[in-house]
Write a protein that binds this ligand. Structure first.
Ligand code: CA
Length: 208
């Protein structure tokens, strides 16, 4: 299942390049080997998010769930991203395994979902948040969905570090000297304006 999932993502990315110019509101059944693509109608998109969104069908972990990479070129806070996800019948993505992490990362492994500064590449929001005031920055992390403790983690080296005692949300992150984009996680303050997030749906959203 894990390997199938990986290859299907590659196929989907390839297929998407042919379909993306069609715009929106199309449920495209693509050739064998491709997953189905459901693009989002722009009327459902909040002001600061671009309409060119795609949802993908995953299998393996989270089998049957739908994942949607949302680009927010003008920035989005964690709370805004979560609210958008819930309003559309989903939730910020919950990651339970290395396979699912790789699946989700591939959906957002493109420049439009990332914010770069001189030293860091800040990737999209994930659905994990930190509660409580434990001294150890690794303590207190939960997934928004089901308020469940994390079982799988993929923190970058040295993270989570709760920098400035203010970092309570998780996102993909890389040091730029290491890579432009990585599937490793960082804790960051909830109010930062990141350039994307990933929504997970337990079933195909009715709107698409
Ligand atoms: Ca951090």
């Amino acid at each position: 299942m894990t390997h199938d999932s990986k290859w299907k993502i590659r196929a989907a990315r390839f297929c998407r390049s042919g379909a993306v110019g069609l715009g929106f509101a199309l449920g495209l059944g693509l050739a064998a080997g491709c997953v189905r693509i459901y693009n989002l109608h722009p009327q459902a998109v909040a002001d600061r998010m671009q309409p060119d969104l795609a949802a993908w069908l995953g299998d393996g972990e989270g089998g049957g769930h739908f994942y949607q990479a949302v680009a927010a070129p003008e920035g989005v806070t964690w709370a805004e991203a979560q609210a958008w996800a819930v309003a559309h019948g989903g939730y910020l993505v919950t990651i339970g395994s290395a396979a699912e992490n790789a699946f989700v990362f591939r959906l957002v492994d493109a420049p439009e979902f990332w914010l770069h500064d001189a030293s860091e590449s800040l990737g999209p929001w994930l659905g994990a948040y930190r509660t409580g005031d434990a001294a150890d920055p690794s303590d207190g992390w939960r997934w928004f969905k089901g308020d469940a403790p994390l079982t799988y983690r993929n923190w970058a080296p040295g993270q989570p570090n709760n920098w400035d005692h203010n970092e309570t949300r998780a996102h993909f992150w890389a040091i730029r000297t290491t890579a432009e984009r990585l599937a490793t996680w960082n804790d960051v303050r909830a109010s930062i304006l990141l350039h994307g997030f990933v929504v997970e749906y337990d079933a195909r959203p009715k709107a698409y």
